[in-house]
Design a protein around this ligand. Structure first.
Ligand code: ATP
Ligand code: AMO
Length: 447
């Protein structure tokens, strides 16, 4: 509607009378005063209704009736509120409104989510309403700032947006967590990653990126796993593994800076340590070979906080190892050159050490664990064919992918970043379920 302003912008209207479209998040008051907590998706703030002002404006009878109506408004009633903006140093937000008029748009029946504590299952069952809370609004604003910073980074660095398909005839990552569907009588799979298609894109268009939903039938109930999540995938030709890490580091820093610059209100709501975030932007990320990480894990085993299982060289990390490593370094850390034995078929071996591959996982600090997986890709047709066979994949499913190595194969690398893991880390929240509007997990597909 014309002439409405957003709550986040009220700082520009001090001393002026403005109109806001909002919902009533909470209300309190006594005697001649009512305090309304209003929200409009941009921010929350307080509007004050003073009965004598209502009477002065509307007359004794109508003014009293208006004040009584306001006093009895229920939570989540939608309203147009008109009033004068003033600075208020007592509130954290810094501004409030002296109400001169209020018009109800839509009434609200008894609202299930009251400003008291509810259990996680209850909140998840009411996700469509839970999203209206201040905390969820802040997390979604951070998600949005990350997405915009992402597009900005790719645009400024010469990447073309290249859309990979969601329905696919082959696995991209592994064959164990595929969602299968019926495609006119034949099996098809929901995409686990757009990577293989992006490699075709890179050979056609140069630097490419893709942002879309991916699906993994993860039977895990960790705080880091969803079955449907959004992945930022990028692929670039003529780039080595080390240069690829430079790109990833610059990308992650650009996203964090984008949130610091454009979502400061949300960070404030979540009480996120912004000095720590700024440090991650200003400090070089660490790059540590997998084998060195194993040595460090072994050396610290049994110490306080290091109660993870013993690992030998060649073993994969479990969640407790990842959490510990990610705390240990204090800044985002690339763990490089993992064993080929548990990594995907398309990764290129380390020259002179075929048991290790030119890959890296980026672990976020503060115990957040892996946020990016990336690698340099095998470019040789025969070696790639051998890997496909070795991992028990059907060669005929990958003929198109193998073709990419027949017609002008070049060194190339790329990575995939799980958006919701990035959001959880930057927002400083506990569980990945809050990082996406409607989370899909092992036991959750509704609402
Ligand atoms: P993620 O690994 O997080 O699923 P990814 O696709 O890179 O992403 P892997 O590299 O196979 O997966 O696993 C990395 C880490 O993810 C593991 O070390 C572990 O921390 C965690 N993880 C993966 N699957 C499970 C599971 N089913 N249960 C608990 N943790 C898991
Ligand atoms: P990978 O399998 O490591 O790599 O996945 C990339 C990133 O996706 C995120 N992620 C998840 N997020 C939420 N829920 C899950 N179940 C989940 N699984 C993974 C993580 C992870 O780092 N094709 C490669 C990328 C590439 O090399 O280009 C790939 O998919 O943040």
């Amino acid at each position: 509607m014309k002439d409405l302003i957003s709550i986040i912008d009220v700082k520009n209207y001090v001393g002026k009378e403005v109109k806001i479209g909002a919902w009533l998040a909470d209300k309190s008051g006594k005697g001649k005063l009512q305090f309304l907590q209003l929200r409009d998706g941009t921010a929350f703030f307080q509007a004050v209704v003073f009965k004598p002002n209502m009477i002065e404006k509307f007359g004794e009878e109508a003014g009293t009736a208006k004040f009584e109506e306001i006093k009895h408004l229920s939570q989540e009633t939608s309203v147009y509120v008109t009033g004068t903006i003033k600075e208020d140093s007592r509130s954290k937000f810094g501004y409030e409104m002296d109400v001169t008029d209020l018009e109800v748009i839509g009434e609200s029946v008894e609202y299930p989510i009251t400003p008291k504590d509810h259990g996680t299952d209850f909140l998840m069952d009411h996700r469509h309403l839970w999203l209206r809370s201040k905390r969820q609004m802040a997390i979604m604003q951070i998600r949005n700032a990350i997405i915009y910073a992402s597009y900005d980074f790719f645009a400024k660095n010469g990447f073309i947006k290249f859309d990979s398909p969601i329905l696919s005839g082959n696995a991209a990552e592994n064959t164990t967590d595929l969602f299968e569907t019926d495609y006119f009588g034949n099996p098809a799979f929901l995409s686990q990653s757009g990577q293989l298609y992006l490699e075709a894109g890179a050979m056609a268009l140069g630097r490419v990126f893709d942002f879309g939903p991916v699906f993994r039938a993860e039977k895990s109930k960790t705080r880091r796993h969803l079955t449907e999540f959004w992945m930022m995938d990028a692929e670039y030709p003529f780039v080595s593994h080390d240069e690829s890490l430079d790109i990833q580091e610059a990308y992650v820093k650009a996203m964090i800076q984008g949130v610091l610059d454009n979502a400061s209100y949300a960070l404030d709501v979540l009480e996120r340590d912004t000095a720590a975030l700024q440090k991650y932007v200003d400090t070089p990320f660490k790059r540590v070979p997998y084998d060195e990480v194993i040595d460090i894990l072994q050396a610290h085993e049994g110490e306080e906080g290091a109660d993870y299982e013993h690992l030998e060289h060649g073993d994969d990390f479990g969640s407790p190892h990842e959490t510990w490593i990610s705390n240990f370094y204090g800044v985002p850390t690339f763990v490089c050159n993992y064993p080929a034995s548990f990594k995907a078929f398309y990764m290129k071996p380390v020259p002179g050490n075929p048991e290790r591959v030119l890959c890296a996982d980026l672990l976020a600090p503060e115990g957040y664990g892996e946020i990016i997986g990336g690698s340099e890709r095998e470019t040789d047709y025969e070696k790639l064919l051998e890997k496909v066979k070795e991992q028990g994949l059907a060669v005929e499913d990958y003929d198109w992918y193998l073709d990419l190595r027949k017609y002008g194969s070049v060194p190339h690398a790329g990575f995939g970043l799980g958006l919701e893991r990035m959001v959880t880390f930057v927002a400083g929240t506990e569980h990945i379920r809050e990082a996406i509007p409607f989370p899909r997990m092992l036991h959750r597909i509704k609402p």
